[in-house]
Design a protein around this ligand. Structure first.
Ligand SMILES: Cc1cc2nc3c(=O)[nH]c(=O)nc-3n(C[C@H](O)[C@H](O)[C@H](O)COP(=O)(O)OP(=O)(O)OC[C@H]3O[C@@H](n4cnc5c(N)ncnc54)[C@H](O)[C@@H]3O)c2cc1C
Length: 139
């Protein structure tokens, strides 16, 4: 049986990305922390996801909420880039952008609305492309 500490200032239960990040930041702040997990480290959702980092998504249609999320998401993306340097680890983070396809007029209308909201929330990177622009934007 391995030796485990009998007590700690902080005990984090679960070592997915949330627990690992919490423990990492506590430890960086010189706190005494241990992490417990019922399974292997990052063996659950954090070890089997699509790896996509999205700035905003189409589920929110409230400009105020989007604005708050955008500033948080931008900070988080910068953090991810810094982490590669800080941990001297290449976890293959790349910003490639993404394409969402729409198939009918109804979807087009709701997407137009969403794009307007995103623009008014300060996201100048999202664009509505027609078929021609989409094809010519392909590498
Ligand atoms: C198929 C899939 C695709 C996804 N794709 C994306 C994506 O592309 N982009 C994105 O941003 N997000 C994605 N997600 C969501 C993302 O993976 C999760 O939001 C994130 O990993 C959750 O992290 P977590 O630390 O909260 O949970 P987890 O990674 O699940 O970690 C929880 C940990 O707690 C442990 N635990 C649970 N109960 C106990 C207990 N009682 N005692 C001790 N330990 C316990 C578990 O063993 C586990 O290790 C995806 C999720 C899935 C499932």
């Amino acid at each position: 049986m391995e030796d485990y500490p009998e007590s700690a200032e902080f005990i984090v239960i679960g070592c997915g990305i949330i627990g690992a990040s919490t423990a990492y930041h506590l430890s960086k702040a010189n706190k005494d922390v241990i992490v417990l997990d019922a399974n292997e480290v990052v063996s659950q959702a954090s070890g089997r996801n699509g790896g996509m980092v999205v700035q905003l998504d189409a589920r929110d249609i409230n400009a105020g909420v989007l604005k708050a999320k955008l500033s948080f998401a931008r900070k988080a993306i910068e953090e991810l880039k810094n982490f590669q340097k800080e941990l001297d680890a290449d976890f293959e983070f790349e910003q490639n952008g993404s394409l969402d396809f729409i198939f009918d007029k109804e979807e087009l209308e709701s997407l137009k609305k969403f794009v307007d909201i995103q623009h008014s929330s300060g996201d100048d990177e999202i664009q509505l492309l027609n078929q021609e622009d989409t094809i010519s934007s392909m590498p």
